[in-house]
Design a protein around this ligand. Structure first.
Ligand code: ADP
Ligand code: MG
Length: 779
């Protein structure tokens, strides 16, 4: 809602002082000195002039040069100085929520104000801003959402779109919308910021907008590739012959770029030397299967550990930043390092993690200087590549991979593979080491592999399913989604667009003519994947809201069940205790969450999590997301003020299953029983496997003909993650037929099904649904 966002004209008398910070105070002086030392400061006047004279400009500059924290601030200060402060309203988007929060926090500290005064932030379901907020950092998703209800961005004077070099889906989407908006709002200023030099592309997209480069200062970074690392760590690797063909093959397929024969031979011998049989055999077969390439996963954490030891023992002081692929790897490595005599000693090493869903308190720690003689080691995802700058980093350890979603439009399957990063990313990672003094970067792959990396990463728009995006495009009152997307910087394949449109039709968000239905309108307002949004609404309508709320929150945060590498079996057993005879990962989640709430009340939450291999942090995140979804649905009038009545049917297991199915359909697989084993087949006849940690993977037989699942992921083989067993009647009533039926007015026919199956509790619920949906459609 627009009223909630920055509203500059509300209080014109508000006196904005450009120097809230007491310039004379030591703290203020230090901050001013720091700000003036940034490369962006020298360009301040040039930048301000360019922004004043041009509607669009493209700014590039090395990460850490002061783009994000300084440029919006320069505008703010200059507007205040010229007496227009009260009328300016600046929005600066970030690709990730955590950077929006961290940057807003930093900028308000630089101004010497509390967060939420002149400078604020807003991210999904959370924000800190007030009526005097004139500079708002938000995620690109938030700005898109605002554009839905406020197509002209009334009152906004400047829009910064940051980190455009990453080519995130939301950023590419924003640029299409903003390009159109600039025609209607000639006074609006658009500033695009990028960490790399490929500004040309963006400048051309906006009809040759001026480009400004901020020359950076960085210290030289000495680069070591795997060859060197193996030598000076003395890490002993023996050959392991069986892997090399497999690894080689995959590596070259992924790379798609055929390197000269010579290079290949070079790698072959290196792989033979590098792979340590015993290390490799420690991995479970699943991990082994999921290894797309032979490094660094196969060599694994031991090499990283060896490099870290080397740094701690032999190198000068300075913090270390380790780039890993994802949260799972990070937490496993952290556990391993904690057990190490040197790296796990809190008197010598401060071990921190940096990833998309970390808590705010943990966030601040990353920027803080550690006590003397303690070395800070930060394990990070590629989030620390560009949007967050940690100043005291001197050493970078780069695994060369990032978990990247790719999208296979032909099979309509998202694939999640740790894949090699681009050369641009590798450079970016290396640059992190030279912020304050000369640094060192350890790339854990051979130089020849680096040379075979692609130059830039493929834009996200071309490698993800477009379901949510197409729904949002539709809510911008766009006629043809395909036509709209064809004006993107790089347009996605028509097949990918068609798949998304088909999906939205099937869940009932679009009608036959691709127009938004009422359900679609509502789903576009929920800050969650459309199918989870639908599950939430169904939970409310069917009066089993509480468990569904937990499931949806869990699915949109992440799995709270931990799976430590070395204790997979124990963890699996712990999880299966929550499943009883439910045959459902989703219900296991509900029980685990409820158990945690109870334990919390008794003050034993810590032991509870420890005993059950649960992440307290994730449970906490699920808890707060639950509260926020609850609020939104209540505001929308979908919930009764009486909690009891929303949960009248929560105890009805088959109903909860049905609601899960209504959200996850068409994610269903049939259970095929053989004499001693089971196999699973999806609708398109594809064979799928269950994820190791699924409760259903532990049963010999499953007394349900179907499993519904949220996610199908291709990791060499196709896996399904969380699943729930459901009956035929549930599939009939709550699967596709219901969604389509409701939209096309097939209710009568469906009532026939109800009679047919005579599952009285479901039938009753079904009738209730009809009544409620009628009410919803009339709104
Ligand atoms: P850019 O956007 O060009 O990458 P930033 O504006 O984010 O650069 O950062 C400029 C400088 O401010 C960097 O040196 C960075 O380390 C410092 N900085 C940014 N955020 C914080 C923070 N939360 N705490 C301390 N220093 C910060
Ligand atoms: Mg930045």
């Amino acid at each position: 809602d627009p009223a909630e966002d920055v509203n500059p004209n509300e209080d014109p008398d508000y006196f904005l002082d450009s120097s809230v910070m007491e310039k004379e105070s030591p703290e203020g002086k230090r901050m001013m000195e720091f700000r003036k030392s940034l490369p962006a400061f020298k360009e301040k006047e040039r930048l301000l002039q360019a922004i004043a004279r041009n509607q669009v400009i493209v700014i590039s500059g090395e990460t850490g040069c002061g783009k994000t924290t300084q440029l919006p601030q320069y505008i703010l200060e200059s507007e205040i100085e010229t007496g227009r402060g009260a009328f300016c309203s600046i929005i600066c988007t970030q690709p990730r929520r955590i950077s929006a929060m961290a940057v807003a926090d930093r900028v308000s500290a630089e101004r010497g104000e509390p967060l939420g005064e002149t400078v604020g932030y807003k991210v999904r379901l959370e924000g800190m801003k007030g009526k005097n907020t004139h500079l708002l950092f938000c995620t690109s998703g938030i700005l898109l959402r605002r554009l839905l209800s406020d197509r002209n961005l009334n009152g906004i004077t400047h829009v910064f779109v940051d980190e455009i070099h990453e080519r995130g889906m939301n950023e590419d989407f924003l640029l299409i919308v903003l390009k159109d908006l600039l025609l209607r709002r000639p006074d609006l200023r658009l500033i695009l910021m990028s960490a790399t030099l490929n500004a040309e592309l963006f400048s051309n997209y906006f009809g040759g907008a001026p480009k400004i480069h901020i020359p950076g200062f960085t210290f030289p970074v000495r680069t070591h590739f795997l060859e060197d690392v193996l030598e000076f760590t003395g890490y002993k690797l023996t050959s392991y012959n069986q892997i090399d063909d497999y690894g080689q093959d995959k590596m070259w397929k992924t790379q798609k770029q055929l390197a000269p024969r010579k290079r290949k031979n070079q790698i072959t011998s290196l792989v033979e030397d590098a792979l340590n049989k015993s290390t490799f055999e420690n991995y479970s077969s699943r991990t082994r299967d999921s290894l797309a390439c032979w490094m660094p996963d196969c060599i694994g954490f031991n090499l990283i550990e060896a490099v870290l030891c080397h740094i701690c023992r032999k190198e000068r002081p300075g913090a270390v930043l380790v780039f890993m692929t994802g949260w799972e790897d990070i937490s496993c490595l952290r556990d391993q390092l904690k057990a190490h005599p040197l790296l796990g000693d809190p008197n010598r090493v401060l071990l921190l993690t940096c990833h998309g869903s970390m808590a705010t308190s943990e966030q601040r720690l990353i920027f803080e200087k550690p006590p003397p003689n303690i070395r800070k080691i930060v394990l990070a995802t590629n989030m620390a590549e560009a949007s967050i700058t940690i100043n005291d980093i001197v050493f970078v350890v780069d695994c060369g991979k990032a978990k990247e979603t790719t999208y296979d439009a032909l099979n309509n399957t998202p694939c999640l593979l740790p894949s090699w990063i681009s050369q641009a990313s590798a450079r970016q990672r290396r640059g992190r080491a030279g912020r304050v003094q000369p640094g060192e970067c350890y790339h854990l792959y051979p130089r020849c592999v680096y040379e075979a990396f692609s130059e830039y990463q493929l834009p996200e728009l071309l490698r993800t399913p477009l379901n949510s995006l197409c729904l949002q495009i539709k809510s911008l009152q766009v006629e043809s989604i395909g036509e709209f997307l064809s004006s993107a910087l790089q347009a996605p394949e028509p097949l990918a667009v068609q798949n998304a449109v088909d999906f939205l039709k099937m869940i009932g968000a679009l009608d036959e003519n691709e127009n938004l239905t009422n359900l679609g309108k509502f789903l576009s307002m929920l800050p969650v994947d459309p199918k989870l949004g639908k599950m939430l609404i169904m939970g409310a309508i069917f009066r089993c809201f509480d468990p569904v709320l937990t499931i949806v929150s869990g699915l949109s945060v992440r799995d709270p069940f931990l799976l430590p590498q070395d204790k997979k079996d124990l963890a699996g057993t712990a999880k299966s205790r929550f499943s009883a005879k439910d045959y459902s990962d989703h219900m296991a989640l509900v029980r685990a969450y409820e158990g945690w709430k109870d334990a919390e009340r008794e003050g034993s939450a810590y032991e509870y999590c420890w005993r059950n291999f649960l992440s307290a942090q994730t449970l906490q995140a699920i808890h707060s997301l639950r509260k926020q979804f609850n609020f939104i649905l209540r505001e929308a009038g979908l919930l009764d003020s009486d909690v009891g009545s929303n949960n009248k049917l929560s105890h009805n297991q088959s109903l909860v299953r049905a609601v899960i199915c209504s959200g996850l359909f068409p994610g269903i697989a049939s259970v095929v029983h053989r004499e001693t084993s089971m196999s699973f087949k999806t609708m398109d006849d594809g064979q799928v496997l269950l994820y190791t940690n699924s409760v259903n993977a532990r049963y010999q037989t499953i007394p349900y003909p179907w499993l519904v699942f949220g996610e199908k992921v291709k990791v060499n083989t196709v896996f399904i993650r969380d699943s729930t067993g459901v009956s035929d009647s549930i599939i009939m009533l709550f699967g596709g037929a219901l969604s389509r039926g409701v939209q096309a007015g097939h209710l009568k026919m469906l009532q026939g099904y109800v009679d047919f199956f005579m599952d009285s509790s479901l039938a009753e619920c079904y009738l209730k649904l009809k009544e409620e949906l009628d009410r919803l459609t009339q709104k």
